[in-house]
Structures are given as structure tokens and as C-alpha cells.
Design a binder for this molecule. Structure first.
Ligand code: KG4
Ligand code: ZN
Length: 333
């Protein structure tokens, strides 16, 4: 029997609740805190935790109503257990545990990155291991060889900033708002990605990426060209910055695909909402005859449906969490 799961995701700045039946999403809603944090130029942990507390009950009610599922029919309750902001995680995790306990249902704590990794399952029957998966979000940039579900080999990751973090910091340098990824994505529209050639860091490990050098070089470039009045149009600079990040991610990901010989490429995390990155991955996968399983943008950014799908998978395998299971802000997949 396919399990009906009520799932919560509160690791960062989105309060998200979903009801899923196996890989089928019956409802998935979220309340974004972007406006609350924008004036600080980043997510303020304490503000995030308080906003989760306010949003979680009404959101749960809405998710259940939209799904048409009666709470008595649920099979399990799941929540992100980490990585993330500890106060934010605790809200969803504790709420989920309490709900599960009150209804005598199993509770499943889910790894946020495994949620992103399993998100392609929602839309793609073809998403099956062995696969290479690119995960790029605000806190992580990882290239993973999924030999099987739960059997993940970390091939490469960032040696400094995560790709989303790089987008956010570079957007600030360009005078754009927060979060920076969507801002650069929009600002780059119609721009020439070859207008400015920013250096690509080449870490001495084959699948690792690095973005802190890019930040320094963009900052130096902006200072110089602003002073001399030679600053090109914003669209060109934004497109060039975006291209540098996209190049690094695509180059290392495709190298991992070639070296492992897998025929399936999955991807997830907020940065995968980037239009240029999506287009480049599509081109590269098609030219190799590799099946690309790239979720719709709303399933790339944080959501609770992916947590529910991952939980359902483990529930079917008989894995449930202990009532005493803690949140782990530094959890590693
Ligand atoms: O996965 P996610 O929603 O939250 C975390 O788990 O971190 O990722 C958020 C990150 C932010 O850094 C944001 O700037 C980036 O994803 N992002 C994008 C785009 N949309 C969101 N980066 C580039 N282009 C986008 N369109
Ligand atoms: Zn995420």
C-alpha cells in the first residue's frame, strides 16, 4: 500500500507543508519569508524561527484541506531533520513529532539534501539509480554518485561558498536584491554571457568547485570599471557572472557523468531554478544521450513535497525515526 505522508520543511526561510502519497503530490504549499529577511540582506535565524511558529498551524490545515485527506487516513508524519538553521528546524521537527505522537503515527526525520536528491522522482519515472545528481542550493553545492537509494558517494563539493551563496553575494555586489539568484537570473536576460570573462577557479580535484575567487574578481572589476566609467550594461555583467557559476557547475557535473558512465542525471536545490543552468544541462545531457531529470523550478527550491517523497520511500523500506531523534543543523548526507 502506498503510504500517505504529511511532510514539513522548515530548515531555512520557507515554511512548507505537503501531503504526498508515494511519489504523488496531493498538496504542497509554502509561506515564503523572503520579504521579512530582504531588508537584512540575508536570512536572520531568529526571525525565521518565529515566522515558522506563526505559519505552521494554518499552513498544515490548508495543506490537509487542499489534499482532500482526512488526518485519520495518514500513515506517517515527516519533517526535515537537517542540515539547516537549528531554531528553524526545531519548529517543523517538533510540530511534526507532536502531530505524529498525538495520532500514534510513525515519525520520519528526513535529510534536507536527500529531499532535494529525491525531488526528481516526483516528475520522472526514469529517475532511478545509478545516477549522478547535482545539488546546488544556498548552503550546498555537491555532485553525488547515487549508486542506489541511500547509497550516496560524494564525488565533489564546493571548497568555499555554495553556488547559491555565490549568487546571493554577487547580486549584492551588483546592487541587486535578496535572494540574489533570481535577481541575477532576471538581470541577465538579454545580456551577453561573454561580455566580461571572469576567471573560473580550477580546484585541483576533478569534481570540486570554488566560487570565492569569482567574488573577489567581480568586486575588483566593478571597482575599476565604475571608477573609469567603463562599466558595461548590467545585463552583460550579470550574464557574465551567471555564466561563470553555471560553467563551473556544468563542467564538473558532466565530468562526473562521463567518468561514472551513468545514463541518468538528476538535479535539485534552489540554484537549479536558474534558467541558464537548466538550458546548459539540457544541452549537455542531450548531446551525450543522458536522461536529464530536472524538476520544475518550484520543486528545485525548498518545498515539503520532496521531504514527503523521501520519507515515503524510507517508510516503505521500514525505516522510521526514534521519538528521541534530534535535529542536526550540520547533518551530512
Ligand atoms: O534550495 P534552496 O531553496 O534553499 C536552501 O536549501 O538553501 O536554495 C536557495 C538558493 C538561494 O541562494 C537562491 O539565491 C538560489 O537558491 N536561487 C537561484 C535561483 N532561484 C533560487 N539561483 C540562481 N538562479 C535562480 N533562478
Ligand atoms: Zn534546499
Amino acid at each position: 500500500m502506498t503510504p500517505l505522508v504529511l511532510a514539513f520543511e522548515t530548515s531555512c526561510d520557507e515554511t512548507a507543508v505537503a501531503v504526498v502519497k508515494g511519489r504523488e503530490v496531493l498538496s504542497s504549499i509554502l509561506s515564503s519569508q523572503v520579504d521579512l529577511h530582504a531588508r537584512f540582506g540575508g536570512v536572520v535565524p531568529e526571525v525565521a524561527a518565529r515566522a515558522h511558529v506563526e505559519a505552521i498551524r494554518p499552513l498544515t490545515h490548508r495543506a490537509l484541506v487542499e489534499s482532500g485527506v482526512h488526518p485519520a487516513d495518514l500513515d506517517a508524519v515527516a519533517a526535515t531533520a537537517g542540515p539547516g538553521l537549528v531554531g528553524a528546524l526545531l519548529v517543523g521537527h517538533s510540530f511534526a513529532k507532536a502531530t505524529a505522537f498525538a495520532r500514534q503515527l510513525p515519525f520520519i526525520g528526513v535529510d534536507h539534501m536527500e529531499g532535494h536528491l529525491m525531488a526528481p522522482r516526483i516528475e520522472f519515472d526514469t529517475f532511478q539509480p545509478p545516477a549522478v545528481v547535482l545539488l546546488a542550493s544556498g548552503g550546498h553545492s555537491q555532485i553525488i554518485h547515487a549508486r542506489d537509494w541511500g547509497e550516496y558517494q560524494l564525488m565533489g563539493e564546493t571548497i568555499d561558498d555554495a553556488a547559491g551563496e555565490a549568487f546571493d553575494k554577487l547580486a549584492r555586489l551588483l546592487g541587486l536584491g535578496f535572494p540574489g539568484g533570481p535577481e541575477i537570473d532576471r538581470a541577465a536576460e538579454g545580456g551577453d554571457p561573454r561580455a566580461v570573462s571572469f576567471p573560473r577557479a580550477i580546484p585541483d580535484r576533478p569534481y570540486h568547485v570554488s566560487f570565492s575567487g569569482l567574488k573577489t574578481s567581480v568586486s575588483t572589476y566593478l571597482r575599476k570599471t565604475r571608477r573609469s566609467g567603463e562599466l558595461p550594461p548590467l545585463a552583460d555583467v550579470a550574464a557574465s557572472v551567471q555564466e561563470a557559476i553555471v560553467d563551473a557547475l556544468v563542467d564538473k557535473t558532466m565530468r562526473a557523468v562521463d567518468d561514472t558512465g551513468v545514463k541518468v542525471l538528476g538535479a535539485g536545490g534552489g540554484v537549479l531554478a536558474n534558467r541558464r543552468l537548466r538550458a546548459r544541462l539540457e544541452e549537455e545531457a542531450a548531446s551525450r544521450g543522458v536522461t536529464l531529470c530536472l524538476p520544475a523550478p518550484a520543486l528545485c527550491t525548498d518545498n515539503a513535497a520532496m521531504i514527503g517523497v523521501a520519507a515515503g520511500h524510507w517508510l516503505e523500506k521500514g525505516h522510521i525515526s526514534d521519538w528521541a531523534a534530534p535535529v542536526d543543523p550540520g547533518r551530512r548526507l
